[in-house]
Structures are given as structure tokens and as C-alpha cells.
Design a binder for this molecule. Structure first.
Ligand code: SAH
Length: 241
């Protein structure tokens, strides 16, 4: 039903959970599953737990990295049981579903779920423009992976099938994750070349810059403008590309 939305599972340890996720997805009208380095897949346990949603397992896309799994996506939502220090971009599932409902139907959307024991790494969360936390008992906030997908999928189903609640206000195409990554690479190169950062010590500055631009949810035209500025700086400072 929601062909522009993909569920990305990162480093899943238990194949049974992958099956449970496939079942939850099919129940909620989601069909596109991306698996980043699953520990064991395919596996009979996964098929068993999928309970009839094995078509989703058969069409699952295997990837080597989160970057690869989300490359074409204009909206990337990272999920985490832990509330993060920066609260501006953390949404609850309902709010997140409304945000997605406001984007053009052609927007590729990724919702990224982490490892059973350790969740997503900070570097993986840095690739996401939005972070989602399911409100829970604060003393016991970590849901089973399939249960987390179920809750998010349910809110998407309810919001996206209720056309009267749609607010497709942001109709300009968003830059994809791959385009934004390429911009960060270009920016890193320029600020290192002009001496703003030392190439070996750029990580913390780049993290802050990422957060700043991720918060802006850049459109393609805005990204082109920024790339143009970087190229002009390179030309004026006679820096090669
Ligand atoms: N111990 C891990 C929890 C992993 S649970 C941690 O501290 O992050 C496996 C995955 O399920 C998480 O990475 C996240 O994608 C999802 N998940 C579990 N509980 C969640 C919650 N309350 N809100 C959002 N996602 C949750």
C-alpha cells in the first residue's frame, strides 16, 4: 500500500525478529524491507515467524551499510529507545506519520531500526533527518524490534489512509540522502582546504554541521545553491576539486 516507504533493519541478530517485522509490516500495509548486514538471513526461523508474510522476506533487499539502504530517500527517520540530548528533532510515531503525510507522494521515506542489543550507532543516527522515540514506561523503554515496527506502522496506516487528515504542504522535492552525503563531503573538503578545520580533527565539527543541515530538511534547489557557493569558494581560492 505504501510503496514509497521502506523499513530498514540494521544488524539484526535474531532471524526470528526479521520474520516478526515482516509480519508486522504486512499487517500495516508496508512491503519494502531492507536488511543491513543481518547476522543470519535467510533462515527458517524468519520464515516461520513471518507467518504468511514470507513474500516480504523474499523481496527483502540486502545492503552493506545504512548509507546504501537509504541513498535515494528524501526523508530518513532513525528510531531509538533512548531519548537523545537534542530534543528538537525527536518525534513520536503519530507526529512522524503526519510529517510524512505532508510530503509529496513521490518522496522516498526510510524508517531505520537498530540492533536488538545496542540500537543504532551515533554515526548511523547522524544520517537521519528525524529521530523517533515511541513513548514508553521510562523504566522499561526498549521494545522488541517487531513491536517497535508494529507501532510505527500502525500510526502510518491510520494517518496515511485518512486522506482528510493529509496536509501535503511541502511539495518541493527534498534532496536525497546520497545528495546530502555528497554535499557534506564537498563541504568537508572546502573547510579543510581553507584551514577552518584540520583534516584529522574534522569529526566533531562535521557532526555539528550535519545536525545543523539535517535540521533544515534541504530541498534539491537549496542543496544546489550551497554546492554552488562551495564551488565558487574553491574557484576564488584556487582550490582544486
Ligand atoms: N538496547 C537498545 C534497544 C534496542 S531495541 C538501545 O538502547 O537502543 C531494537 C530497536 O527497536 C531499536 O534500535 C529501535 O530501532 C527500536 N525500538 C525499541 N524500543 C523503541 C522505542 N521505545 N522507541 C523507538 N524505537 C524503539
Amino acid at each position: 500500500m505504501f510503496s514509497n516507504i521502506r523499513i530498514v533493519l540494521v544488524g539484526t541478530t535474531h532471524p526470528g525478529n526479521i520474520g516478526g517485522v515482516a509480519r508486522a509490516m504486512k499487517n500495516m500495509g508496508l512491503a519494502r524491507l531492507y536488511l543491513v548486514k543481518p547476522k543470519i538471513f535467510p533462515c527458517a526461523d524468519a520464515t516461520l515467524r513471518a507467518a504468511g508474510a514470507d513474500d516480504i522476506l523474499c523481496s527483502a533487499v540486502l545492503c552493506d551499510s545504512v548509507k546504501e539502504a537509504i541513498a535515494e530517500c528524501g526523508v530518513v527517520v532513525g528510531t531509538s529507545a533512548r531519548s537523545r540530548s537534542i530534543s528538537w528533532s525527536v518525534t513520536a510515531p503519530r507526529e512522524c506519520a503526519r510529517m510524512i503525510s505532508g510530503k509529496p507522494d513521490s518522496t522516498e521515506v526510510a524508517i531505520v531500526f537498530g540492533r536488538e542489543n545496542s540500537g543504532l550507532t551515533n554515526a548511523e543516527l547522524d544520517l537521519c533527518g528525524y529521530w523517533l522515540t515511541i513513548p514508553c514506561n521510562p523504566d522499561f523503554s526498549s521494545l522488541n524490534l517487531a513491536a517497535a515496527v508494529q507501532v510505527v506502522g500502525y500510526e502510518l496506516l491510520v494517518t496515511l489512509t485518512d486522506r482528510s487528515d493529509r496536509h501535503p504542504t511541502d511539495l518541493t522535492p527534498l534532496a536525497s540522502s546520497a545528495q546530502i552525503e555528497s554535499f557534506y563531503g564537498h563541504l568537508n573538503e572546502v573547510i579543510a582546504a581553507v584551514g577552518f578545520i584540520h583534516p584529522d580533527k574534522s569529526r566533531s565539527v562535521m557532526r555539528r554541521i550535519r545536525r545543523l543541515f539535517n535540521r533544515a530538511h534541504l530541498e534539491i534547489q537549496e542543496l544546489d545553491l550551497l554546492r554552488g557557493i562551495l564551488s565558487a569558494i574553491q574557484k576564488a581560492a584556487k582550490l582544486s576539486r
